[in-house]
Design a protein around this ligand. Structure first.
Ligand code: UT7
Length: 335
């Protein structure tokens, strides 16, 4: 079995900011409610003509500039997203062409909502461990603003746009220490974007063309499921929580991260999140939080991070990985 390592990270968010004050002008809400119930202060919103593939390409360019990496020998591109530019061609195929990655690379979009980036890392690890692939780009990216109902105050205050990318390369040592994946399809109707079918699990869906969420139900499920999942990751890795330098759960809501840390008895100060400045960016939230940690000088190569994604499906995925980032040779593009 071959080893796999994360060698480089990059990210991108659109320039336009949507603050809580802006939302006060759009729906019946206020900054105090939003901050108290979610911890979110602002989000980034893509231009009308800016799509998920644009964010992905910019995140990979940031990774290349900072770590001096070439993508000429990438042999697989995995893009986790719920907001592809279109159903097909895939975002991964668009990114291959945009970045001039050789046509010998496989391209695939992955649908696991807010757990998608960790699912992507899990797949990349399996492809490398099997010896079938050697250099895999894993990108988590979403433009949720395009499917957000800006008349629904219970969802429009949450979501934003962004992208994060990592390079997973083969190596002598395996730095992917343990994982846990899971799903509960019976909760599929708690968060959805309706499509060709108008029902799931026998439940009639609202076909608004926008994201619909029963936040309370997802909240309860995640706060119950994630701590158990983290314990599973640690058991598979034969590791203890004390070895986890940084815990990076999906940035859905700060009020969920607090009880999850409490249930785990993990110090809240070692949890990283991207929601204060970017809101809930679905598949992008974990790589954005990881990269914010790197940019702020908190996260270093050699440290162990435990990532845990959860969301629509319902799906969840966790991973304990030791970072083996190559030295940075360039400056990150400003966020
Ligand atoms: O990323 C995918 C996974 N998604 C999640 O993990 C989402 C998890 N859920 C959540 O983050 C929270 O459930 C929300 C932030 C979505 C909602 O917070 P909550 O504390 O669960 O509020 P609630 O929906 O129970 O609503 C409480 C009250 C209601 O008013 P009444 O009925 O008590 O009078 C809502 O109408 O708050 C009201 N409300 C608001 N008030 C001001 C809902 N949204 C707003 C708002 N501003 N934006």
């Amino acid at each position: 079995m071959k080893g796999a390592k994360i060698t480089a990270v990059g990210s991108y968010v659109p320039q336009r900011r949507l603050t809580n004050a802006d939302l006060e002008q759009m729906v019946d809400t206020n900054d105090e409610w939003i901050v108290q119930r979610t911890g979110i202060r602002e989000r980034r919103i893509s231009r009308e003509d800016e799509y998920t593939s644009d964010l992905c390409a910019a995140a990979v360019r940031d990774l290349m500039n900072r770590y001096g990496k070439s993508v000429q020998d990438v042999d697989m591109i995995l893009v986790a997203t719920s907001t592809p530019d279109m159903p097909f061609p895939s975002v991964a195929a668009i990114v291959q062409n945009r970045l001039g990655i050789p046509q010998t690379a496989g391209v695939l979009d992955l649908s696991a909502a807010c757990a998608g980036f960790v699912y992507g890392l899990h797949m990349a690890h399996a492809l490398i461990a099997s010896g079938m692939h050697h250099k895999v780009l894993v990108i988590g990216a979403d433009t949720l603003s395009k499917i957000t109902d800006y008349t629904d105050r219970s969802t429009c205050i949450l979501f934003g746009d962004g992208a994060g990318a990592v390079l997973v390369e083969s190596g002598e040592q395996d730095n992917f220490r343990g994982f846990n994946l899971g799903s509960d399809g019976s909760g599929g109707h708690h968060v959805y974007l309706s499509g060709l079918a108008d029902q799931v699990n026998g439940v009639q869906l609202t076909a608004t063309g926008k994201l619909v969420q029963n936040g309370r139900e997802v909240f309860k499920w995640a706060v119950r499921t994630v701590p158990q999942g983290v314990q599973q990751v640690l058991a598979k890795a034969e590791a203890s929580l004390a070895e986890v330098d940084w815990f990076i759960p999906h940035s859905a809501n700060l009020r969920m991260i607090e009880p999850i840390c409490e249930r785990l008895d993990y110090p809240f100060g070692q949890a990283l999140y991207s929601l204060e400045e970017f809101g809930n960016t679905s598949a992008a939230s974990i790589p954005l939080a990881l990269d914010l940690g790197i940019r702020q000088g908190k996260v270093h190569s050699g440290q162990q991070v435990l990532l845990y994604g959860f969301g629509a499906g319902l799906t969840h995925a966790g991973l304990l990985v030791r970072l083996s980032l190559d030295p940075q040779t360039g400056e990150p593009a400003p966020l």
